[in-house]
Design a protein around this ligand. Structure first.
Ligand SMILES: C[S@@+](CC[C@H](N)C(=O)[O-])C[C@H]1O[C@@H](n2cnc3c(N)ncnc32)[C@H](O)[C@@H]1O
Length: 286
């Protein structure tokens, strides 16, 4: 297997979480590909996260990454499935895709062109595990670095049409990205999306990057070499600044709970609490 760097290996962590979720009798989704994608490394990464999150003999203060991820996956499964019911939508961009198997798992209309964007080495590892299974959509892989200047050109070269409506999902990305590059990536999305397109992401709040009660989890990611770098208390304003009129939902709120979020959701005015948002909205015409 080609060597993955720390941030690329988080794709294996996510796959391991999805594999564990898929084994639960009360699972929020089934991902039959996840265990193979996770390999041996993914469960090792997950074990590190679990050991800091669920310390024996002490109450949990960290967010439950497995529950968060289960809710996130289900939430965005439903989001994408609903979005492509609009017959005008023919393009879906998952950036980054990591080991996400939605191309195979979700019931896509046949007209959909699905762009899987990630670093080239991640896509190559994914291909090695997958082989060449049948796919109901026109699946196109785009190997790029989203922090580089050329990723939009590479997407265009893969057949993406920026004048046609599209649906975008930036899942499990923005907290690893330095703030100036977050804005550059969202500018790129803006340049690539026609008005009426849909854009979604998950993003943590500012306190999640600095609260002492987050330390254990932050230290794990920093120790791997992929620290969490970006958070915002105003995800709607972040998206608005990049041409997307968005709403933000937190796990544990009625629209994103599924009976699984174990923690209270304090009112938005409270800033010194950890939060994560599912932010999604409509590309406006400006
Ligand atoms: C936590 S995984 C999430 C993957 C996928 N969205 C999912 O939910 O399964 C993070 C992914 O971000 C990718 N990534 C991080 N920084 C990137 C960059 N600058 N360009 C492209 N991909 C990047 C990594 O390679 C990895 O696959």
């Amino acid at each position: 297997m080609p060597r993955l760097d720390a941030i690329e290996r988080t794709a294996l962590l996510t796959a391991a979480i999805r594999a564990a979720e898929s084994r639960r009798p009360d699972r929020l989704y089934d991902d039959p590909y996840a265990a193979a994608f996770a390999g041996d490394v993914g469960p090792e990464l997950l074990a590190e996260v679990r050991s800091v999150t669920f310390p024996s003999g002490r109450a949990r203060t960290l967010p439950s990454t497995p529950d968060y991820n289960a809710i996130r996956t289900r939430f965005f499964d439903e989001y994408l499935t609903a979005a492509v019911r609009d017959p005008a939508v023919e393009q879906v961009v998952i950036a980054p895709v990591g080991m996400d198997a939605r191309a195979f798992r979700l019931p896509w209309p046949r007209r959909i062109r699905l762009f899987e964007v990630d670093r080239p080495v991640v896509l190559s590892v994914k291909d090695d595990v997958l082989g060449d299974p049948p796919c109901a959509v026109d699946r196109r892989q785009v190997g790029v670095d989203l922090r580089a200047d050329d990723w939009t050109d590479r997407l265009l070269a893969a057949g993406y049409d920026p004048a046609a409506p599209s649906v975008w999902l930036l899942e499990g990305l923005l907290y690893y990205i330095p703030e100036p590059d977050v804005h550059r990536i969202l500018d790129g999305v803006r340049a690539m999306t026609a008005p009426g397109s849909l854009v979604a992401a998950d993003v943590v709040n500012g306190a999640a990057l600095r609260l002492p009660t987050m330390r254990g989890l932050l230290d794990v990611f920093a120790g791997w070499g992929c620290p969490w770098l970006f958070g915002t208390d105003e995800p709607e304003a972040l998206f608005a600044a990049h041409g997307v009129a968005a709403t933000a939902v937190q796990p544990g709120e009625p629209a994103a709970d599924y009976g699984r979020w174990p923690d209270p959701v304090p009112p938005r005015e409270e800033t010194e609490v950890r939060r994560v948002f599912f932010v999604h909205g409509l590309r406006t015409g400006d």
